[in-house]
Design a protein around this ligand. Sequence first.
Ligand SMILES: N[C@@H](CCC(=O)N[C@@H](CS)C(=O)NCC(=O)O)C(=O)O
Length: 197
Amino acid sequence: MTAYEKPKVWKWEDEELNKGGNRPTAGARFEQTLPVGEAPFQLYSLGTPNGIKVTIMFEELKELGIVDADYDVYTINIGKDDQFGSDFVKINPNSKIPALVDYSADKPVNIFESGSILLYLAEKFNKLLPNDLHERTETLNWLFWQVGAGPYVGGGFGHFFAYAPEPLQYPIDRFTMETKRQLDLLDKTLAERPYIV
Ligand SMILES: N[C@@H](CCC(=O)N[C@@H](CS)C(=O)NCC(=O)O)C(=O)O
């Protein structure tokens, strides 16, 4: 049996690593006042793959003639830790973009997790989510697949390949294989139909 050295455990107090998500505590780190506009939906986000899902959804709804799907959008700069400000944390205690507030309900509704936001908007406007049991389930299967699979690609492959302070072969190999497998799944599915769902 191979004897492994005990892995070095990062201490969040380390100056070099004490950035963004590399801290073992949740909650607000500083006082913050976020802007609130006039539109029924207020979106706090960034143009990352998780962030743009919500703006794509809003634009698709508008394209379908839903005038109430009007939104204001504000940048949350995750590189500058905006996601740990007090107002943002009140909307998403998990400090990740995207986060949305619906002011058109009887009282404001906070919505976080990109999949939850897409489902909320689909149900609210009764669009892009079929009522038929089989089609609805197939849509939800792929909705949950993408929120489940995304972290292997971004937080897994992307993180260890591009952002980790040192290149480590095992996590790079593992997440590269998983990412390629997911891309192969997409290729095979899209060979049979024009959209995933
Ligand atoms: N499961 C979440 C993931 C959201 C997420 O990871 N957001 C990233 C940007 S794409 C973020 O806010 N990162 C900031 C951080 O980790 O501190 C979702 O689907 O909404």
